[in-house]
Design a protein around this ligand. Structure first.
Ligand code: PMP
Length: 417
């Protein structure tokens, strides 16, 4: 493994390579192989991007055809055949069956682009400035999205403008959410100085913040309050969407009706970048043409692979399999908690985003390092990195999933010694 060129020339800010100190050379589905030929089971999937695995063969075939036909790889936001195919297929597979009339807006390459645009549109549509965001939320690293992100350590004293963010506690249980009730009361009291918000920005399943799953009822409480005070409801489904929780959207089947949904990460299917917002038409109408532009909003490779990705959601066995594999992950994590009693460990998650909260960042780091040495890639998250998050590709073969869980179990035992 030769890292000299990185050490000499790349900024020292790089972070993930410290977790995985090797040089990866190839990858297939849920495995990556380094240049020395060591194979690693991937329970991190590019931070939740590779829902359909590395080098997904169906997408690869479509991409090779596209390249051979000299398809338009970059198109700004002009019309292209690949974009038309994606829009039509997304409408058919995702929006129509749910009776949704949201418009698709391509935002750029990253999730942060989508969140920035969602906040901007909500402000424009309501004529208000304040955004309500929640504790432990993660929405991105650009100034606006970072302001909405709860973790102050990411702000690095860089003067991120926080004055229009109102932070409330993220509750996983319904009822008795006194913070929402107090906020409602304060908004009605002119002496509180609070201005009515443009939007509530929520991850229905928080990922980076430690895998916290909101209940249906709490999400309804948030939605009801948003409606009551004339604010929009924005769901950030960038990490938990696109099948991760066993349904296309993480909030499917809950009777919720967000005004804006942000999507990115797995949307492009192949790990190719693309972000998209789904805006209700009456909200979307507040944009004028050219009001929100950007260079990379027509990524042909992402449209091609993303269209193939949508096929997975027409196959009922796919999501059933995601739920079954998620259950397997949960059982094994629960068994680990039983094996190590009295430590206050907790298992959280839904579908194939499952996590073990160890309450101890140094311990989780040791597990991650030990797992890496044994050939398993995992990523810590949550407060102080104390939560071990498992987000393998949804397409991971059963054997790799079980082997990865064995490696995790072993790494936890070793880290406890
Ligand atoms: N929202 C959520 C829920 C995320 O998990 C992330 C990325 N971890 C983002 C937004 C930001 O996406 P990106 O890193 O692509 O800008």
């Amino acid at each position: 493994m030769d890292t000299t060129v990185f050490e000499a020339h790349e900024s020292t800010i790089r972070g993930y390579c410290r977790n995985y100190p090797t040089v990866f050379a190839s990858a297939s589905n849920a495995r990556q192989v380094d240049e020395d030929g060591r194979s690693y089971i991937d329970f991190f999937a590019g931070a939740g991007v590779l829902n359909f695995g590395h080098n997904n063969p169906r997408m690869k075939e479509a991409l090779i055809d596209f390249l051979q036909a000299d398809g338009v790889a970059h198109s700004l936001d002009t019309y292209t055949t690949t974009k038309r195919d994606f829009v039509a297929r997304f409408q058919e597979v995702v929006l129509a069956p749910r009776g949704m009339d949201h418009r698709m807006q391509f935002m750029g390459p990253t999730g942060s682009n989508a969140v920035e645009a969602a906040m901007k549109l909500a402000r424009k549509a309501t004529g208000r400035r304040e955004i309500v965001a929640f504790s432990h939320g993660f929405h991105g690293m650009t100034l606006g999205s970072l302001a909405a992100t709860a973790n102050d350590a990411f702000r690095q004293w860089s003067g991120v403008p926080l004055e229009h963010i109102h932070r409330l506690p993220f509750e996983t249980a319904p009822g008795g959410d006194t913070a929402l009730a107090e906020y409602r009361t304060a908004l009605q009291d002119p002496s509180s100085g609070l201005l009515p918000p443009a939007a509530f920005l929520v991850e229905p399943v928080q990922a980076e913040g430690g895998v916290n799953v909101a209940s249906r009822d709490w999400l309804h409480e948030v939605q009801d309050l948003a409606r009551e005070v004339g604010a929009l409801l924005i769901f950030d489904d960038i990490q938990a969407g696109i099948g991760r929780t066993g349904t296309y959207f993480s909030f499917d089947g809950m009777g919720l009706d967000p005004d804006i949904i942000t999507l990115a990460k797995g949307l492009g299917g192949f790990g190719t970048p693309i972000a998209m917002n789904l805006n209700k038409p009456e909200v979307d109408d507040h944009w004028s043409p050219g009001a929100h532009t950007g260079t990379f909003r027509g990524q042909g490779l992402s449209f091609v692979a993303g269209t193939v990705a949508l096929d997975y959601f027409t196959d009922e066995s796919f999501l059933a399999d995601v739920l079954a594999k998620g259950e397997r992950m949960r059982e094994r994590l629960t068994a680990l908690v039983r094996e190590h009693p009295g430590l206050g460990w907790e298992v959280r998650g839904r579908g194939m985003i499952q996590a073990l909260d160890t309450g101890d960042g140094a311990f989780a780091k040791r597990v991650q390092q030990t797992a890496f040495e044994a050939g398993l890639l995992i990523g810590p998250c949550g407060s102080g990195g104390r939560v071990i998050k498992l987000i393998p590709p949804l397409t991971i073969p059963e054997d790799d999933l079980l082997q990865g869980l064995d490696l995790l179990e072993q790494a936890i035992r070793t880290a406890r010694e």
